[in-house]
Design a protein around this ligand. Structure first.
Ligand SMILES: [Cu+2]
Length: 140
């Protein structure tokens, strides 16, 4: 009996601890993120435009802490980053901190993957993360 209570308490402490550490912003349950264009499997000529589609949640510039908002991140040729640290900022992780909802992308010829990920005002993924399907494009 007392063993069970101790286990429950330490589990609660661990959960509380990790939540405080991650400082994650909750995402709306019905948030839906998608790449409006290009389509999955599309062949494009570089540079090309990428449209960011978002439903059930709003776009706000970085540093603006407003409920149910975030800004877009475009992941190029990479997987989703860890959820408990800021989204990296490099050529594979593009931030749209001004609240942009589309971009012009220049990529070398060949096969590339694109995926959108929302980040909160501090560039952390939400809890739970709002990410699009990863698509493949072929650049001529
Ligand atoms: Cu960001």
């Amino acid at each position: 009996m007392s063993k069970m209570i101790v286990a429950a308490m330490s589990a609660a402490l661990m959960m509380g601890g990790s939540a405080a550490l991650a400082q994650s912003t909750p995402s709306p349950e019905d948030a839906y993120l998608y790449i409006g264009w290009p389509n999955d499997g599309e062949t494009v000529r570089s540079p090309f435009r990428v449209w960011f589609g978002l439903r059930g949640m709003g776009v706000a510039p970085k540093d603006i802490d407003h409920p149910n908002t975030g800004h877009h991140h475009l992941l190029v040729d990479t997987d989703l980053p860890p959820n408990d640290e800021p989204i990296p900022s490099d050529r594979n992780h593009l931030h749209f901190g001004a609240g942009e909802t589309e971009t012009q992308l220049e990529l070398p010829p060949g096969r590339h993957t694109l995926q959108l990920l929302m980040g909160d005002y501090k560039h952390f993924p939400h809890d739970k993360p709002v990410a699009s399907k990863k698509i493949t494009v072929y650049v001529k």
